[in-house]
Design a protein around this ligand. Structure first.
Ligand code: MLT
Length: 404
């Protein structure tokens, strides 16, 4: 008889955003015709930029001609996209990343989940609390998280609380982790990390042989010129960090799917190059992102593409301001939404996150994400995204203000 991976049986309930979708559909079924606005999952709403659409069309046409048709591509991405990333995302910020350190993929969610394949299941993992649930659930699936306890924590994970008191910045944990997940600008709190703060983590990781798994999926939303966009802006990070980046939020690719991961060649553990291990993993389990999609992604690095992308990011960040201002006026304490597309709001009167989620859905028809879904320290918060349309965002804020 085939046995199953019983780590899956230890996972509580369903994946956070699936649970939210389930509750929203149940509510919709009971209240047909009710207009519901989603500021829950961070999914973009604005169409792809015209320059991207043009590049996609041209690439589709290339696929229709024998001379320009493409079959399997290079698993780690086409040179035209790798060069554009190295040049625009890194060299332009004074960071030297070569194209054989970049791996193009179909998403930062998959990469940050799959990266565990190249690490021992015995590694001790540290995560921020609250945290993007993918890091926790994928480590639980691999058997690295231990048992899910009655306090809503995994027995083997190190939780690094990010609270109002510490400005939502994790402190170095007492026990030394082997793998450290960091995400800045942060999902869900919208907090950022300065170069000085990242330097502390890089030095710590290098002293202890830990590896930092740095999720920079929201770097394009940074407006403060002093904040780092990449962990590789910090000296020593090439010896201890892997970085995840995505076109999903930057360029509206949540449905189109394109991302990349940077694994520097200096990063070695037990004498092995993690770059080579990841290359081996990807070439075995992944056949590369579609040519058409990579052509679309590369178009964001043209002069016109850059302008178009910037204007959509500004549009979303204006929504963030509308949410921040509206909720503050309604009496809530809010964080984030300045260098990040997420607003982290304290629930009124210390209400539990899921109770607040239900109240906002039922009384205002607005979907949020309950903070407790991101970890125990998220209790008492809700997260709102700035990725709605401007009209729906304004309407949602007005509805919320009326019931808060
Ligand atoms: C979120 O809402 O946290 C994100 O959309 C999830 C994701 O990017 O996978």
């Amino acid at each position: 008889m085939a046995r199953i991976n019983d780590n899956f049986t230890k996972l509580p309930g369903s994946y956070l955003f699936s649970e939210i979708a389930r509750r929203v559909s149940a509510y919709r079924a009971e209240n047909p015709g009710k207009n519901i606005i989603s500021l829950g999952i961070g999914d973009v709403t604005q169409p792809l930029a015209p320059t991207v659409i043009k590049a996609l069309h041209e690439a589709v046409d290339e696929m229709s001609e024998k001379e320009t048709f493409r079959g399997y591509g290079p698993e780690r991405g086409y040179d035209f996209l790798l060069n554009a990333i190295a040049e625009n995302e890194y060299k332009a910020r004074g960071v030297d990343i070569s194209i054989d350190e970049i791996f193009v993929s179909d998403g930062a969610k998959s990469d940050s989940g799959n990266i565990g394949d190249i690490f021992s299941v015995d590694n001790i993992v540290a995560v921020c609390d609250p945290v993007y649930p993918v890091y926790v659930d994928t480590n639980a699936m691999a058997g690295r998280a231990g048992e899910f306890t009655s306090e809503g924590r995994w027995s083997k994970l190190i939780y690094m609380p990010c609270t109002e008191e510490n400005g939502f910045t994790p402190a170095i944990p007492e026990k030394t982790p082997d793998m450290i997940y960091l995400c800045f600008p942060n999902n869900p709190t919208g907090a950022t990390a300065t170069k000085e703060q990242l330097k502390v983590w890089v030095e710590y990781a290098n002293r202890n042989g830990s590896v930092i798994l740095y999720d920079a999926a929201y770097e394009a939303f940074i407006s403060d010129p002093d904040l780092p966009h990449s962990i590789f802006e910090i000296d020593g990070a090439r010896e201890c960090a892997i970085e995840f980046r995505s076109f999903s939020k930057t360029a509206g690719f949540t449905g189109t799917r394109c991302a990349y991961t940077v694994v520097p060649k200096e990063l070695k553990r037990e004498g092995m190059s993690l770059n080579q291990l990841w290359a081996r993993r990807q070439s075995t389990k992944f056949n590369g992102a579609p040519y058409i999609v990579q052509k679309g992604a590369a178009a964001i690095y043209t002069e016109q593409g850059k302008k178009e992308i910037r204007s959509v990011i500004d549009y979303y960040m204006n929504n963030a301001k509308v949410i921040r201002d509206g909720l503050t006026k309604a009496g809530l304490t809010v964080y984030g939404g300045v260098n990040a597309p997420y607003i982290w709001a304290k629930t009124p009167d210390g209400m539990k996150s899921w109770d607040c989620f239900d109240k906002l859905l039922k009384e205002a028809g607005v979907v949020t994400t309950p903070g407790a879904g991101f970890g125990p320290s998220g209790e008492g918060y809700i997260r709102l995204t700035a990725f709605g349309s401007a009209e729906a965002t304004a309407e949602a804020v007005e509805r919320l203000a009326n019931i808060l």
